[in-house]
Design a protein around this ligand. Sequence first.
Ligand SMILES: Cc1cc2nc3c(=O)[nH]c(=O)nc-3n(C[C@H](O)[C@H](O)[C@H](O)COP(=O)(O)OP(=O)(O)OC[C@H]3O[C@@H](n4cnc5c(N)ncnc54)[C@H](O)[C@@H]3O)c2cc1C
Length: 410
Amino acid sequence: MINLETPKKFRPLIGQAHQVAMNLLRPNSRKYDQREHEYPKELDMLAAMIDGLSDSGASNGAGAAGVRRSEEEQAAAAAKDEGRTKNGANLASVLSIMEMCWGDVGLLLSMPRQGLGNSAIASVANDEQAERFKGVWASMAITEPGTGSDSANIQTTAVLDGDEYVLDGEKIFVTAGDRCDAVVVWATLDKSLGRAAIKSFVVPKGTPGMRVERLEHKLGIRASDTATIIFDGCRVPKENLLGSPEVDVKQGFAGAMATFDNTRPLVAAMALGCARASLELTKELLEGAGVEIDYDRPALGQSAAAATFLQLESDWEAAYLLTLQAAWKADNREPNSLEASMAKAKAGRVGSDITLRCVELAGSIGYGEHELLEKWARDSKILDIFEGTQQIQQLIVARRLLGLSSAELK
Ligand SMILES: Cc1cc2nc3c(=O)[nH]c(=O)nc-3n(C[C@H](O)[C@H](O)[C@H](O)COP(=O)(O)OP(=O)(O)OC[C@H]3O[C@@H](n4cnc5c(N)ncnc54)[C@H](O)[C@@H]3O)c2cc1C
């Protein structure tokens, strides 16, 4: 049975993440929102601290760097054999990321060595690769000018030439694409073989033939850099292909998609952290203005502001529980694709709704720059877009529930 209390062993980790969010991320939140593209140098110290925690084993999966699937599977199998369930690194990551995003989502996304490419490496790299790419800050490059939601349509090519793959193509909207040490690039080995031929490659920054073309100006998460990267005859050692080079038409996209089962709950957690920040501040403002919020009376019998607030909190709670469930299932080696998409869909949507409604509830205070409510509303939107949009998550959920393939339900 799932236990909904925060596991005791994670409380110190959550407490630490909260301290960092309160003392380092929140105070720098507005500064780097206004200074888009300037590197938040305060994060270097924090990254060193997280590295120290990881080396000592004390972090237990804190941060977005992802969870090494093979190690987690062994631990989950051992727990199962003993008739126990396990609260592991997936749950720890979700809970600590939520705290950090209570501080600032853009700054969390700029944390050195905590990129979404790190999650991909953790999910699919073999032992030798995991060791070789340890400590590397990796971004994830899937999206192309003609390929967003339909990631099976990747046009970037990887051609084996001797002991190297030659990459050609254009990747857009790469989070941390300028600041990272390496990019995990999705490319096809053979377009005629469809999605099964799509593989991911680790390309270290500075590799000849790879260049950052431009940085985006954005609505939200302005502390995070978002890059367009061109690959033009870019050669990487063939050992940089993550996972197996075999094209298994029967397995299709499963290997590549496994990454998302790990990362979608993390993005859901980002939305929850940001939304909780909005709810907490809004509650303070409402109560300061004399609005009474009574948890013992039906919402509709209270003032419109209180009823709205209670509705938003219950939406948040539902998304929170779905996110915990998705992470907990991953920790216990249970298939979680359905739950990961449900969590991402619910948290992405209610995150945007909540932060925008909080702006509304706080009136001019919500809209002005004196408080962070308007910023949180801007920051939330992306969490309903990247790692699979709202509509795509709903499509995945529908396919899973109805037992239909991607060809049968588009
Ligand atoms: C700030 C930012 C950071 C990003 N970071 C990264 C990153 O690090 N790495 C990376 O690879 N990508 C990244 N992305 C790209 C992001 O993942 C894509 O924007 C997203 O996948 C959607 O793709 P698209 O923009 O091409 O939209 P499209 O796929 O063209 O979709 C447009 C609209 O149509 C809807 N739609 C599409 N297909 C269907 C369908 N079958 N049924 C119903 N509705 C549908 C979508 O939900 C969306 O609302 C980032 C984007 C942004 C804005």
